[in-house]
Design a protein around this ligand. Structure first.
Ligand code: UD1
Length: 422
């Protein structure tokens, strides 16, 4: 059993380099299946989810190699299986990204339903509806999903919600389809744009990525390339919020500030002094944070993945904040843990009313999912006394050695291994 011990009350100081984006590398690894020849992905974050994706690809027979701590090569020519067992599919939500590329390239796939964080129902109907429009026959059986197609054909697809995953899956499928695919109400997230950049370098014909209409003209084949993953805006936001929560001062480096405008605006409203250059954002906290009302939204709105970390800061604000979660329906589970630290958070469905308190007190905390884990760590850093955080495996799915990097900024955090003797 691993847990993290946090002695709160140390303001963070200094600079931290941000890793590549988890949500960009996972679809990129799947996209590599579309190419004839190997693809080299650079700037991949050293995360458990990336290793899980590599394991899945390896199981399919793909040659996946870690060429360096942050570089992976994916050579799909040796692929020998089109069936993914349930326990592998369940390892991460992103196993779903295999659907588009495998159908486009090999016309067939059988897999278990994807897993992922417990933050809502997370249906996959938009993915399946779009694929069906492209001619795929999908059998939704329990516990597996079977899909096959003789030849994918371009289609005009409308997404009822700008789903990031569905936009990416359909964009990948469309690259090798016959004819043109139009995805309307497409997601505009930077990770969608990064995937389009990768696919375009591979030879795909894509227009409009980053806008709400993406058009893909199918081509005969794609080739392997070398691609650098964009920086992780969510990781950057998490560090900035940790700086704000502890009354600290410092910077995130190697970021694209333009990906974080909604977050920077919120930090500014909280009363923090924020400035940025081309690839660095500097933050200086100024006393107790001011309350802010937040509504999570698709990009370029405030990202749902930073809602919990922002909540963990606002629990100590000088006044009342209202947080509306409009993307995932059950993303306030962390409120219960925060209340045990003395926070005053009332949750009603997708709404949380946060009455700021001057102090939080350290306690024993349990994380249930990735971003909730980061939020609890932030709260513990700003609390009085010692906290222990359990459920660390959730944190490791999306943050690389977070406690080590926080301790370099002056936090008193330590990962502890305890042997349980029952
Ligand atoms: C991606 C991100 C995740 C982020 C989320 C929203 C990755 C690997 N993960 O997740 O970190 O929190 O975007 O920014 O990139 N929906 C449906 N049917 C579908 C698909 C989605 O109803 O077929 C709903 C979801 O339940 C949710 C909303 O659409 O309410 C947005 O989900 P989506 O954008 O698809 O999120 P993911 O791609 O799963």
């Amino acid at each position: 059993m691993e847990h993290i011990v946090i002695k709160g009350g140390h303001p963070l100081r200094g600079d931290v380099r941000i890793e590549g984006a988890k949500n960009a590398v996972l679809p990129a690894m799947a996209a590599a299946l579309l190419a004839k020849g190997p693809t080299l992905l650079e700037g991949a974050p050293p995360l458990k989810d990336v290793e899980a994706m590599a394991e899945i690809l390896g199981w399919l027979g793909v040659e996946v190699k870690r060429e360096g701590p942050r570089t992976w090569s994916v050579a799909p020519e040796t692929l020998s299986r089109l069936v993914l067992p349930e326990e592998l599919s369940r390892k991460l939500r992103s196993s779903l990204f295999l659907l588009g590329p495998l159908l486009a390239r090999f016309g067939e796939v059988e897999m278990g339903y994807p897993g992922g964080c417990s933050i809502g129902a997370r249906p996959i109907d938009f993915h399946l509806k779009g694929l069906r429009q492209m001619g795929v026959e999908v059998l939704e059986e329990t516990p597996v999903l079977r899909a096959r197609v003789r030849e994918l054909r371009g289609a005009d697809i409308y997404l009822a919600y700008p789903s990031v995953g569905a936009t990416e899956n359909l964009m990948m499928a469309a690259t090798l389809a016959r004819g043109t695919t139009t995805i309307r109400n497409a997601a505009k997230e930077p990770e969608v744009v990064d995937l389009a950049r990768l696919l375009t370098a591979m030879g795909a014909r894509i227009r409009g990525a980053g806008s709400d209409v993406v058009t893909v003209e199918g081509v005969g084949e794609l080739h392997g390339v070398q691609h650098r993953i964009i920086p992780d805006r969510i990781e950057a936001g998490t560090f900035l919020l940790a700086l704000a929560a502890t009354g600290g001062q410092g910077a995130v480096q190697g970021v694209v500030p333009g990906h974080l405008y909604a977050v920077l605006d919120m930090l500014h409203q909280m009363g923090c002094q924020v400035s940025f250059t081309r690839d660095r954002i500097h933050l200086k906290a100024r006393g107790r944070v001011q309350p802010v009302d937040i509504r999570t939204q698709p990009y370029p709105g405030f990202p749902t993945d930073l809602q919990n970390p922002a909540l963990a800061v606002l629990v100590k604000a000088d006044g009342t904040s209202i947080i509306t979660e409009s993307v995932f329906e059950s993303r306030f589970r962390v409120a219960e843990e925060l209340r045990r630290m003395g926070a005053q958070v009332q949750v009603d469905g997708r709404l949380a009313v946060v009455r700021g308190v001057p102090k939080l007190k350290g306690t024993r905390l349990m994380a249930h999912e990735l971003r909730g884990a980061a939020a609890l760590l932030i709260a513990a850093l700003s609390a009085e006394g010692v906290s222990t955080l359990e459920g660390v495996q959730h944190l490791d799915r999306g943050y690389a050695r977070l406690e080590e990097r926080l301790s370099r900024l002056g936090a008193a955090v330590e990962r502890v291994n305890t042997l349980r003797v029952d």
